[in-house]
Design a protein around this ligand. Structure first.
Ligand code: ATP
Ligand code: MG
Ligand code: MG
Ligand code: MG
Length: 476
């Protein structure tokens, strides 16, 4: 089943059941506190929190999302993209737990001939919040055996924004890929074998005094309860297309294949190379979609994330043995795979390609300049009979030439030297502290990045995007 078909079936299913079909919002969220749209619910936040009365009681969408927090997972797990599409159905004071569970189960398990996704009931597991007997009751009533209903704690199965406001238990649906992929025991034990496909959030309570992900006070039951769900379109696509992962689906694989062709290496022959090809396929698609929503590469904020995605692509191509420009080929492959779902990527392609190709050329020049400086530093180190490149040399390369530390490490190793990583890290930490102090002084608008509660778990929200941006910059 092609990704487009899975999307169509979703919108048909919920459309036929009284949901207003809402087009995807931009990846650049309207919410000034968010860098990107990270979930299907983001455009609906004012309705879900009750700030603005919802113009409909039911809605559905296929929302473009970017999650930079997942960047380190990309290519390594079978299921994480930096760009992905979240299919959502939403109820604003209309149906609640029973309805949301019933719809999800029906769409997943109805036969393909009946318009469903045709999953075998026996392959599906669910998790519920441990005290949510009501949800357990609805799953049981649908015939799900006790052993495939797992009760988990607040850390995974409770949603809130991190602030006083709506909150409630979640129930997640997982697909079991079978014993060839990992150990028995359900979603709680293994997340490569049991792939999470759909999260149902039951916004049921008003909470206050939030002290952390799992500590808060329930004030009262909400008079108007809401439903927010998210199903990973690419995850269902990879499971329905009989491929191994997110990166092998129809919308992504052509880029991976192009990277393999350009490098003359075969996908499936070497684990490290496979990861690189998957990273390239993901990052090129994310960059294409970001640029199509108007983001341009720069040194801060959204533009910096885009720049990082593109530089990581160049870097991965280089590790595949390709030093020549490859963006013209890679971006064209991604455009062709995405243009049916998003015609704007074709319409705006000349603008997007120009920006991408320029960025690649600049970075290749940076790499070339950095290589000269690095060679000099390595020669100096050797001449001094030292086994270790000084940390400040590595830092200068990073800071002044934008030369990635892992590249420095790799080239040093080829020359039989190590790098004083501790000194480099100390200089990076100093720089981060300076940047944080600057950001604080500027009182940036990024006051709260955590409208989606999950991300609260990752630390002080004020600095969530900033910190991860800084840490990840060491990768470049
Ligand atoms: P995971 O635990 O696998 O990282 P999640 O719990 O972080 O997923 P949710 O925040 O519940 O994900 O998002 C709802 C759905 O969106 C998930 O059930 C999944 O199908 C999909 N999804 C989430 N993150 C990604 C991603 N990085 N790439 C592809 N799909 C994703
Ligand atoms: Mg996640
Ligand atoms: Mg999860
Ligand atoms: Mg989830």
């Amino acid at each position: 089943m092609q990704t487009a078909e899975i999307r169509r079936r979703w919108l048909d299913y919920f459309g036929e059941r009284g949901h207003t079909v809402v087009p995807s919002a931009s990846l650049v969220s309207d919410d000034p506190t968010l860098l990107f749209t990270v979930a299907g619910m983001v455009p609906f936040v004012p309705y879900l929190t009750g700030l603005v009365p919802a113009p409909f009681s039911r809605a559905t969408s296929v929302q473009k999302c970017i999650r930079t927090l997942d960047i380190e997972e990309v290519g390594k797990t079978p299921r994480h993209g930096t760009f992905f599409q979240m299919n959502g159905n939403f109820s604003f004071g209309d149906y609640f737990k029973e309805g949301a569970i019933g719809y999800a189960w029906e769409l997943l398990t109805s036969s393909e001939a009946d318009g469903g996704y045709g999953f075998d009931e026996k392959d599906l597991w669910v998790t519920v919040y441990k005290d949510d007997d009501e949800a357990v009751g609805y799953w049981r009533a649908l015939g799900l055996p006790e052993e495939r209903i797992q009760r988990l704690d607040k850390d995974t199965n409770y949603w809130h924004t991190g602030q006083a406001g709506p909150a409630g238990p979640c129930s997640e649906i997982f697909f079991d890929r079978g014993p060839a992929y990992g150990i028995d025991g359900g979603p709680a034990t293994d997340d490569d074998r049991y792939v999470e496909i759909w999260n149902l959030v039951f916004m049921q309570y008003l909470i206050s005094d939030v002290r952390g992900k799992t500590e808060f006070t329930i004030v009262k039951e909400l008079p108007n309860k809401n439903i927010d769900t998210g199903m990973g379109l690419e995850r269902v696509a990879f499971l329905k297309q009989g491929v191994q992962n997110f990166y092998e689906i129809d919308q992504v694989r052509p880029v991976l294949d192009r990277a393999a062709e350009l490098s003359g290496r075969r996908y499936g022959a070497d684990h490290e190379d496979d990861v690189r090809m998957r990273v390239i396929a993901d990052h090129v698609r994310s960059s294409l979609m970001l640029m199509s929503d108007g983001v341009t590469p720069s040194n801060e904020g959204r533009g910096y994330i885009l720049r990082r995605l593109m530089r990581r692509t160049v870097r991965a191509m280089r590790l595949l043995g390709v030093d020549a420009p490859s963006f013209p080929e890679l971006f064209a492959a991604s455009r062709d795979a995405m243009k049916d779902a998003y015609p704007e990527v074709e319409r705006d392609y000349s603008r997007i390609a120009q920006s991408a190709i320029g960025e690649e050329e600049t970075f290749l020049r940076t790499l070339a300049a950095g290589t000269t400086v690095l060679d000099l530093a390595l020669n100096k180190t050797k001449a001094a009979a030292s086994p270790q490149l000084a940390g400040d040399a590595a830092f200068l390369l990073h800071d002044t030439y934008g030369f990635p530390i892992d590249l420095t490490l790799e080239v040093a190793e080829e020359a039989g030297l190590t790098v004083d990583r501790a000194a480099f890290d100390a200089l990076m930490a100093e720089q981060r502290a300076r940047a944080k102090a600057d950001a604080k002084a500027k009182k940036t608008a990024l006051a709260d990045l955590s409208v989606y509660g999950e991300f609260r778990a990752h630390g002080e929200t004020v600095f969530t995007g900033y910190t991860s941006l800084q840490t990840e910059s060491t990768i470049l």
